[in-house]
Design a protein around this ligand. Sequence first.
Ligand SMILES: [Zn+2]
Length: 133
Amino acid sequence: MRWTEEQDEIMRELASRGAKAVAKAIKERTGVSRSESAVRMHASRIGVSLLSYERCPGCGGDVKRLNRDSGLCPTCHRKLRSGQLRSDTRETLKRIEAAKKSPEYKRAQAEFNAARRQHQRARKRLERIEERM
Ligand SMILES: [Zn+2]
């Protein structure tokens, strides 16, 4: 069966989704069954590439595969993620500052400083005594 202009149009429109999608759309829109290999052969004859790619909604660029989580290309995905990481980090830093202001933390810090000073003084006294021996 001859390929019609309508089928060629469907081919050009959906080429980036691959032979299977083209065959499916031709069947749905025209009622004509085309096998995947027939689609591939005809694509080659009329110079249409069936290499599949996906279009990034972020930048409009074509990539082989969009990120499954964000639905974005690798570049846009990284931009989005770095923004999220920066925001998470800001939140974490705020929580650290808040935790450091808690009375319990301040008491523990003061006790730690006092213990460390006492420890250092004791070590120095021991060193001085040992130097004289
Ligand atoms: Zn993108």
